[in-house]
Ligand binder design. Structure first.
Ligand SMILES: [Zn+2]
Length: 746
């Protein structure tokens, strides 16, 4: 029997819920073990439910993979589906008639390909002009149209069919039961619509609208998409549910949930209470009491998410929940399907699936590589909900529970693996990508991004990760490829070892040295991120200083008027990271960028600076060497005359012989080629002047001068260094008129 129960006491206004939190419901409810579960456990349940179902399906049925999507389907654009289904719950046979209205996108389109599993029996395929011919192969129906259509030319194809949709451990269309009551439901994500209804089964072509008519036994209620326009008697034993979807919808979101549910309703009030939208809950009758306070948060959750994302995207239709026999939740457009277990009534699960109405349903990932745009966003939306309801602490706490040692990249490289499409990394690290993006671009730009994104050309459409990146960059006004490269396509996270040291500065105030080293051995080896450091003082407001860190080891020197009693790395928790604070002891301050470059055959001198050591020091080379001709002494002074060119990289370990402290650093020195100038007799590589003249005089008069580079003194290029060269040099120095060249003397 059907119990259509309307609970009038639950027609609540938002105001009532805001001011009497938790006190609105007379019914009490037992606690759930999920109440205290962290986000990652919730997402593991969500992700594993999705991936397990799909894995079973693939394993049992060898269902075609997403990569099998035919490129030939790009020759038409679906506008509208009119779907009539009759469900025989006794024989478990589905009878369907699906009319697809589409437009050609290429000249001369005379054939179109429609996805439908081979086991479903086609009874007829017709157009308004009459019967159409077709062939079937590899779960694809190739239909020959009544004529050729040019771009914009509109045609319709109506496919009549019946059959028992392919079964597996779980399946896209399931004839199940619970406590002796039938539960018939669908879950088509990611590419299983084709197992039970003929369609162009791709994410990148949303139909603009749907009409849905489902005929079932009179004992059932049917939850489906869009607005429920009417329920009409079809026969003595059956009735029809008429739904209309007025917004674009991607195939995999078309769903049915059929069972003798208990129905209860709420309203979401908006426009200052002048308008309302119905919320329909189709719950298993034994879960009705349990559902009241838990699904009852829905109007508040819609308000909370609308606050950040803009108005609920299907505001002229409805929202709701239908229980179904599957281990998780599925964000079917305007009617989420939820497990009847406790998990399906959990606050964060309700919020997660609701948020998919914006992220996943209104804006859909264009391919399954980009699933984080659905699942990462929805997981992040939970934190948005807690931010808007509970403030920043609630937000941070929730983000923290999604911080674990994620594996793999957020971008899914292998879409044939359902486990990787629906992995927890996609959910949890995907949420962190958005959180970190917020940290990088700042609050003002992030709120502009939300406003732009949810009103962009991708609204009621789909997009790729690259398109998302381009949109973010257009809002931010700067390139962010480094960010997406490391966080979306890269794996793991930075591990920061760090230390700081404060001392009174000459001239007043204090200097603080912050030493940061990235020590992760995973890819990427270097993360570029702005790292905030908070400086806390006694009796003065906290300062925040940002280091744009993009090297394995960096030193930041900060001058402050007051003495900080504490410095904190990333106090706001904006970076997914590991961090280890080390004692300062002694740290090398010099980086490769600090060491001077030299020139071949010119004296070189620089010092590897440290802070904390007393000296003398005992520098040794762990790897590499100094440029030939250079040495380092017990004061860490590098000196000598380099005799070779190039970049010389080395790892130097410095031990303070006084304290025993040790630090090491990867450094490099670049030695540039010598600068040969004609007349530069003494090879100063600087300028030609009187000292060159006196050197040449000394050489020519037996004064004992040794020419370092004879060809520089052979300014007339006769392969001799003699008095002729001297007279040319004199003329050059006195009148500047003489021409000198590098000669051939050796
Ligand atoms: Zn989700």
């Amino acid at each position: 029997m059907t119990r259509l129960t309307t609970v009038s006491g639950l027609f609540l206004t938002l105001t009532a819920l805001f001011f009497i939190p938790g006190g609105t419901f007379a019914q009490s409810s037992e606690a759930s073990s999920w109440d205290t579960a962290p986000a990652w456990q919730i997402h593991r349940q969500m992700a594993e439910a999705k991936s397990r179902a799909l894995y079973d399906q693939r394993y049992v049925d060898r269902i075609v993979s997403a990569s099998a999507a035919a490129n030939t389907q790009t020759n038409y654009d679906v506008k509208f589906y009119d779907i009539h289904l009759r469900v025989n719950d006794t024989t478990s046979i589905l009878y369907g008639a699906v009319k697809m209205v589409a437009e050609a996108t290429e000249p001369g389109v005379s054939q179109v390909q429609v996805d439908l599993f081979d086991n479903m029996v086609i009874d007829s395929i017709v157009s308004p002009a009459g019967a159409l011919t077709y062939t079937r192969a590899s779960n694809m129906v190739t239909v020959t149209l009544d004529k050729a259509y040019n771009p914009g030319g509109r045609f319709s194809v109506t496919i009549g069919y019946h059959g028992h949709p392919t079964e597996g451990g779980f399946q896209a269309f399931s004839f199940g039961s619970r406590l002796g009551k039938k539960v018939i439901s669908s879950l088509s994500e990611p590419y299983y619509s084709r197992t039970w209804w003929p369609c162009k089964d791709r994410n990148d072509d949303k139909a603009d609208s749907f009409k849905i008519c489902i005929e079932v036994d009179t004992s059932f209620y049917v939850g489906s998409n869009g607005s429920l326009d009417s329920i009409r008697t079809a026969s003595a034993n059956s009735k029809r549910f008429y739904y209309a979807v007025h917004y674009p919808m991607v195939n995999y979101l078309f769903s049915v949930a059929i069972s003798p549910y208990t129905i209860w309703k709420q309203y979401y009030w908006y426009n200052a209470g002048k308008d309302s939208m119905v919320i329909t809950h189709a719950v298993y009758s034994d879960r009705y009491d349990y559902s009241l306070p838990r699904w009852g948060i829905t109007p508040v959750a819609i308000a909370m998410l609308s606050q950040s994302y803009g108005q609920y995207p299907f505001i002229t239709e409805k929202y709701g929940h239908s229980n179904f026999e599957w281990g998780g939740g599925m964000e079917h457009q305007t009617m989420t399907s939820m497990t009847g277990a406790d998990f399906g009534f959990q606050e964060d699960v309700v919020v997660h699936e609701l948020s998919h109405q914006w992220v996943g349903d209104m804006i859909t990932c264009k391919s399954w590589h980009d699933i984080w745009l659905n699942e990462g966003w929805a997981s992040y939306s939970e934190a948005i909900f807690y931010l808007n309801r509970d403030g920043w602490q609630g937000y941070r706490n929730w983000m923290t529970t999604m911080d674990w040692n994620h594996n793999g990249s957020v971008y899914v490289t292998d879409t044939t693996s359902v486990a990787s499409i629906f992995s927890r990394t996609v959910y949890d690290k995907g949420a962190w990508v958005l959180h970190m993006l917020r940290g990088v671009i700042g609050e003002t730009k992030f709120s502009q991004l939300l406003n732009t994104y949810f009103n962009s050309q991708y609204r009621h459409s789909s997009l790729t990760s690259a398109e998302f990146q381009a949109l973010v960059e257009s809002v931010y006004g700067q390139d962010l490829s480094w960010f997406f490269q490391e966080w979306l396509y890269g794996t793991k996270r930075p591990a920061y070892n760090w230390a700081y040291y404060t001392e009174p500065a000459t001239g007043g105030g204090y200097d603080t040295y912050i030493w940061v080293s990235q020590v992760q051995t995973t890819n990427p080896l270097v993360f570029q991120m702005p790292i905030e450091f908070a400086f806390d003082y006694s009796g003065y407001p906290t300062d925040t200083i940002t280091l744009v860190n993009d090297a394995r080891r960096e030193i930041l020197k900060v001058h402050t008027a007051q003495q900080p009693y504490q410095v904190t790395l990333d106090p706001g928790g904006w970076i997914l990271k590991y961090q280890t604070y080390l004692d300062w002891n002694m740290r090398i301050l010099t980086t490769s960028a600090d060491l001077k470059s030299g020139k071949a055959f010119l004296p070189y001198r620089d010092t590897i600076e440290q802070k904390g050591g007393i000296g003398p020091f005992d520098p040794t080379f762990v790897t590499g060497t100094l440029p030939p001709g250079l040495t380092i002494d017990a004061n860490n002074v590098i000196s000598g005359t380099p005799t070779d060119t190039g970049t010389f990289a080395f790892t130097v370990r410095i031990r303070d012989m006084y304290s025993g402290y040790i630090d090491q650093a990867d450094l490099s020195i670049r030695i540039n080629p010598a600068d040969y100038k004609p007349g530069d007799v003494n090879f100063s590589q600087f300028m030609v002047d009187l000292s060159d003249l006196s050197s040449l005089v000394s050489y020519l008069t037996g004064g004992g001068y040794v020419l370092p580079v004879p060809k520089l003194a052979d300014v007339n290029n006769d392969c001799l260094v003699d008095l002729t060269d001297l007279s040319i040099l004199v003329a050059y120095l006195t009148s500047g008129s003489a021409t000198m060249v590098i000669g051939c003397a050796s």
